[in-house]
Ligand binder design. Structure first.
Ligand code: ADP
Ligand code: MG
Length: 719
């Protein structure tokens, strides 16, 4: 019943008549689309000035552009006879046939901008063309000239004033509450053009201010323009980048740009993108580049990117958006990919390859030896390692330094492209981040990351970011210079914290370091129990070592999956450790500390809560990977006497000459040299990039300001 009566009611409603909208309404609606906000008017006016071959463009703004936008240029001006139709819709000097669109190089072409402005504001044009003695001033409303243009004095070019924008669109006008926000958008668009058009001088000033907010000379380089607009901290960190492709089956383009290096970080990405000289946005490209940076920059820091891409105009559709802001490109995916790869490669070169490629042998990557020297070094290390049980190989007693663990370590760049080294590693990290595993969304890891952020000491952060490494002052302290101050910094503490933070950041996304000869964790635990015994932490009343080790293995067995998945600590079903995480690219930990690490994993990890568990595992890995002094004493300090082989206590003196273990001295030297190399070339550059120093470091002796320079002379002599 009810339904029927409703139907009847519906039928009784008369069909409304369709009417033709009044032209002024149509025009106003259309105008509101082209001119969405004050800055869109500024953009159109600046583009017109550029199309008119101006070399100087000055902008003046009142009330965020709502009261007045005034753009003055020194371009070719507008002919007197064109003034009557200047502001009619679809009048333009830039396009005659539809075909022209394909090859259009001017920024405007639709003849809509000025017309649109006259439908939503009062527009006054003052202009003079070449060879004229005076100019003309004309004002327009709703697309038409209000009265005959009046002769007036004028300087070369055109000045357009747009007053009371949206005066007839009350709702739109009210929506711009924050005028300084609108002004900021205006500055943004002018800034972008100013760094693209470096031969044009730009300025922008706000009513009532005596100084300009944007100012470029039109004479310097692009970096000069960026410096004067975005500041020296951006300009300093820019690297040039190019990419191109000319394979029609993929994409045809040329790209030139400037991108910030990994030393720069901002809260928001700035991406200034021009395609065929048009200021546009291309979010797939922006995202692709951000992915590269997110693999390199600490969480939440963002890059600065300027790019200018040129491609055949028939490959761009500039006409898909009323303000021409978005463009659609032919073969966009391929273009994005090529550019992304170029950015990756460039960043690696500018920030890390310089650091890593000159590296001598590092423990563990001896397999990828490049030079003869390295080859022989790695052979030396390997020939020393006969196939004997781990327990016998690992040096556990500092008075009996008999074995090393180098041969257990082999770096495995995922995908097996070993020789390509660090690029592969980073690329892999980047690819992984494109498809992050769900596991990385665990809230406790986010909480740990936030805790690091919250606990960052900003003063120390400045020191770390801007300091210069001078040298090692002793086995644990490095001397660094920051501005005019010298600091002694504890490299063990710094590196431990850095590694911890990296573990949290890379959580569930590690590349693997593969142990070529996987040691059984049972044996490793026995080794550390021996160590415990020597330090008096184990005695027979604790029970047999084998039993303790066995229990610990059982405990760990339940955690194999989690350790592998989240921390890349791989233990196989036989209890052999075959993988370790790559915490810092190109860095492998000191394998002499492996037994201690396994011991910490089984004894010092809080297995009860998720957060506590992740935190303590990260801390254990952090400590293992920290740049501790090598366990072998420093031969340059201890002298060779430490390396004498003792065969009974009292024969030492007589055997002094013959029984010094030269090989071991050699090995110790290599270890210490490598560590020092790693501190300078891996640790400090990485600290600058990644470390967020916790507040405690200000008072726990990690940083000690050295006040008296004279006392340092002794140290300098050693450096
Ligand atoms: P379009 O830029 O799409 O041609 P506009 O409405 O922006 O359309 O401008 C209409 C025409 O007015 C332009 O084609 C150009 O001939 C002229 N014009 C506008 N601004 C300027 C200027 N600053 N200097 C010289 N000519 C201009
Ligand atoms: Mg235009």
């Amino acid at each position: 019943m009810e339904a029927r009566s409703m139907d009847a009611e519906a039928c009784s409603v008369e069909a409304p008549p369709i009417r033709r909208l009044e032209e002024s309404v149509v025009n106003r609606i259309a105008a509101g689309e082209v001119i969405q906000r004050p800055f869109s008017a500024v953009k159109e006016l600046v583009e017109n000035s550029l199309d008119a071959s101006s070399s100087s463009i000055n902008v003046y703004i009142k009330d965020g552009g709502l009261k007045l936008i005034q753009v003055s240029d020194n371009g070719h001006g507008i002919r007197y006879e064109d003034l009557p139709i200047l502001c009619e819709r679809h009048t333009t000097s830039k396009l005659t046939s539809y075909e022209d669109l394909k090859t259009i190089s001017s920024l405007g072409f639709r003849g809509e901008a000025l017309a649109s402005m006259t439908f939503v504001a009062h527009v006054t044009v003052t202009t003079i063309t070449e060879g004229q003695t005076h100019g003309y001033r004309a004002s327009y409303k709703d697309g038409v000239l209000e009265q005959e243009p009046r002769p007036c004095a004028a300087v070369k070019g055109t000045q357009i004033m747009v007053e009371n924008l949206f005066y007839n669109m009350a709702a739109r006008r009210k929506s711009f509450k924050n005028l300084s926000d609108e002004y900021a958008r205006i500055l943004d668009v002018i800034s972008r053009y100013a760094i693209q058009k470096i031969n044009v001088s730009f300025s922008c000033k706000k009513h009532g201010d005596s100084t300009t907010d944007v100012h470029t000379t039109g004479m310097g380089s692009r970096i000069d323009a960026i410096r004067s607009i975005y500041g020296p901290s951006v300009a300093r960190e820019l690297v040039e980048i190019t990419a191109s492709d000319d394979d029609i089956s993929r994409s045809i383009f040329k790209m030139e740009g400037l991108v910030s290096s990994a030393n720069y970080s901002a809260k928001k990405t700035t991406m200034v993108l021009f395609i065929n000289d048009r200021l546009v946005e291309c979010s797939p490209l922006k995202k692709a580049i951000e992915v590269v940076y997110s693999a390199i920059l600490p969480k939440a820091s963002k890059p600065f990117i300027y790019m200018s891409i040129v491609l055949p105009s028939e490959h761009v559709d500039v006409n898909i958006h009323p303000t021409k802001r978005e463009v659609s490109l032919l073969n966009q995916e391929s273009l994005v990919d090529t550019i992304q790869n170029a950015v990756e490669a460039k960043l690696m070169h500018s920030n890390t390859t310089r650091i890593f490629y000159t590296q001598k042998t590092l423990p563990g990557i001896s397999k990828v030896a490049n030079t003869e020297e390295e080859e022989s070094l790695s052979q030396k290390l390997e020939t020393k390692l006969p196939n004997v049980p781990v327990r016998k190989i690992v040096r556990t007693d500092s008075s009996n330094p008999a074995g090393r663990m180098h041969a257990f370590l082999q770096k495995k760049p995922n995908g097996g492209q070993e020789a390509q080294g660090d690029l592969v590693t980073i690329r892999h990290a980047v690819r992984q981040r494109r498809n992050p595993k769900e596991t990385a969304d665990l809230t406790s890891i986010h909480e740990l990351m936030d805790a690091v952020d919250r606990n960052t000491h900003s003063g120390l952060l400045d020191i770390v970011k801007d300091c210069t490494y001078v040298g090692m002052a002793d086995n644990t302290s490095a001397l660094v210079q920051y501005k005019t101050q010298l600091y002694l910094v504890n490299v063990v503490k710094l590196s431990r914290e850095l590694m911890y933070q990296q573990v949290i950041r890379r959580f569930a996304h590690f590349d693997a370091l593969q142990l070529s000869n996987p040691p059984p964790i049972f044996e490793l635990l026995l080794i550390s129990l021996d160590e415990e015994e020597r330090s008096g932490l184990w005695d027979e009343s604790d029970g047999p070592k084998e039993q303790i080790a066995r229990l610990n293995v059982e405990l760990l067995e339940k955690k194999y999956e989690m350790l592998k998945e989240y921390f890349c600590v791989g233990i196989d079903q036989q209890g052999n450790l075959y993988n370790l995480p790559l915490v810092l690219d190109q860095y492998t930990p000191d394998m002499d500390r492996l037994p201690q690490f396994v011991w910490t994993l089984t004894n010092d990890v809080d297995w009860d809560t998720e957060k506590g568990c992740f935190e303590s595992i990260a801390a254990a890995i952090g400590d293992f990977y920290a740049l501790h002094p090598p366990l072998l004493p420093n031969p340059s300090e201890e002298g060779p006497k430490f390396y004498q082989i003792s065969e009974g206590n009292d024969h030492m003196d007589q055997q002094k000459e013959t029984n010094i273990d030269e090989d071991l001295i050699e090995e110790a030297k290599i270890k210490w040299d490598q560590r020092e190399w790693a501190i300078q070339h891996i640790l400090f550059p990485s600290l600058k990039l990644f470390l967020k120093p916790p507040k405690e470091m200000a008072s726990d002796g990690t940083f000690v300001q050295v006040a008296c320079l004279e006392n340092l002379f002794k140290i300098f002599e050693r450096c």
